[in-house]
Design a protein around this ligand. Structure first.
Ligand code: SF4
Length: 482
């Protein structure tokens, strides 16, 4: 156990994040005044001082000390942001010295590193200068800083969204079985008795809010149905939800449905998607190794992925994404690259390369599965980037999660013209999101200062179904100031 003490308690969590960046998901407790923890506990102490217009952040622990000085200043949120960075940097320098580890994303612990690049460019830096600043101020490795720049180039022209536009998200929180790495709140379909009431509630939510927003002159931009596994619904159920969405949000110019689990795809369901005007789908192999698929609890084979993909192509789907995961249990670099090569041969319009993240609520975590070393995972994602670039794919969005193998990232690659608007909007938070379904979170941007407020729906499926009117009112209260 680690005990942590700071005289800026508002930054306790940020300090924990930095320590865990180096030590993984260790237990960290708050040490009070004069309290140094039990014998055997490590103690990390941060102190902030301000004198003569200078902040000094001093962090001690594990027999070492680091002190960082910064010109004091800024007001309100800007001051808090600068102070947070100074505190995190001091802790980062200490932990780097203690462990000898140099994490790929440096001192950044958030899920959206592109936001930092855009912030730096917003301060008037050119892209090259911003890349340098990522390396010098945040200790980001040069290849990661250049990855962010490549993404910013791919996003040009796609992130300038009108403030009158919003995206629509519909969540289907059902899956046929639960993957071993999953931490989502999806329910297994079971006997399916929850599904029809759930769809009734979804449609009630959409009916209440779609016309209401149209009356306010707001226009849908992208539609995204995710989950869970949307295609675990029957064809008739899918048709019902999607036709309603088409009727209510006809102006949306991108329509995506995650058809993630290949064993849930058939001709009838794909036809329902086509009839509703869905242009983009995901058919997710994760790996083309049947042995690994069994280990991770995906109840399908690699052959089913190929069949599902071929069927979608035969039926005319011209924008297909495939997800792969690097560092899956038992897989080395060669296994991963074999799957990547199979994917590239299929020529989908986009390929998303995830790095395995073992969340605490996943079965892999319960089973005590140990992540592969940083180097192994880093080599896999590095090789993927090079291979995909050669095959004509560019990185267009990126996000990070806690507990990812090697502290790496997930990257969406697309062929020119096939970057998914919704994925960019969602990650860059440049667009409002109207979200329907259990656990779905409506995010509303209110002004140019990028103030974002959220209205989350309850996660439990039965609760959501019973309390849908409350979810509608919650959203109306959030958006009502329009
Ligand atoms: S398909 Fe996705 S949501 Fe469903 S169990 Fe697997 S990881 Fe979780």
């Amino acid at each position: 156990m680690i005990r942590l003490k700071t005289n800026l308690p508002g930054f306790f969590n940020e300090l924990c994040e930095v320590v865990r960046l180096f030590l993984g998901p260790v237990e960290i407790g708050e040490a009070g005044e004069g309290e140094d923890g039990a014998e055997g506990d490590a103690l990390v102490v941060h102190t902030h001082a301000e004198a003569g217009g200078v902040w000094t952040e001093r962090v001690t622990g594990f027999g070492r000390e680091q002190a960082l000085t910064e010109p004091a200043g800024g007001e309100g949120l800007e001051r808090k942001r600068r102070l947070k960075r100074a505190v995190k940097t001091a802790a980062f320098l200490l932990m780097r010295e203690v462990t000898g580890v140099n994490p790929p994303w440096g001192s950044l612990t958030g899920i959206r590193p592109t936001r930092i690049l855009y912030e730096l460019m917003g301060e008037g830096l050119s892209m090259d200068q911003a890349r340098d600043a990522m390396e010098k101020r945040f200790f980001v490795h040069p290849e990661k800083a250049s990855l962010l720049c490549d993404i910013a180039v791919m996003q040009r022209g796609l992130i300038d969204v009108s403030p009158r536009e919003y995206d629509v998200y519909v969540g289907i929180p059902f899956c046929v079985t639960r993957c071993a790495y999953c931490s989502f709140s999806s329910g297994e379909l079971g006997d399916g008795r929850l599904v029809e009431p759930y769809i009734d509630a979804l449609i009630r939510e959409m009916d209440a809010l779609g016309p209401w927003l149209a009356d306010q002159g707001l226009t849908p931009r992208a539609f995204y149905m995710g989950g869970g596994t949307p295609t675990s619904l029957t064809a008739a159920q899918l048709r019902r939800v999607l036709m309603k969405a088409r009727e209510l949000f006809p102006q949306a110019r991108e329509w995506t449905v995650e058809a993630g689990r290949p064993d849930t795809i058939d001709r009838e369901k794909l036809q329902a998607l086509k009839d509703a005007g869905v242009g983009r789908i995901s058919v997710n192999p994760q790996t083309f190794s049947d042995r690994t698929l069994q280990v991770i609890g995906r109840a399908h084979t690699a052959a089913q992925t190929l069949e599902g993909y071929a069927l979608a192509r035969e039926m005319g789907f011209g924008d297909i994404n495939m997800d792969l995961i690097a560092a899956l249990p038992g897989e080395g670099g060669e296994d991963f690259l074999r799957s990547l090569e199979t994917c590239v041969d299929l020529c989908p319009e986009s390929i998303t390369v995830h790095t395995l993240a073992i969340k605490r609520s996943s079965r892999l975590h319960e089973q005590g599965y140990a992540q592969p070393g940083t180097d192994a995972a880093a080599r896999m994602v590095g090789a993927a980037r090079a291979r995909l670039r050669d095959a004509g794919y560019g990185p267009y969005y990126l996000y990070r999660q806690k507990y990812m193998a090697g502290n790496l990232e997930n990257v969406g690659y697309a062929r020119p013209g096939f970057a998914c608007l919704y994925n960019i909007d969602n990650m860059e938070e440049t667009t409002r999101v109207l979200a329907f379904g259990a656990g779905a979170i409506t995010k509303w941007l209110f002004d140019r200062e990028r103030r974002i407020e959220r209205a989350p729906n309850v996660r439990n499926i039965e609760q959501y179904t019973a309390r849908v009117d409350e979810m509608i009112e919650r959203k109306k209260a959030l958006i009502g100031g329009e």
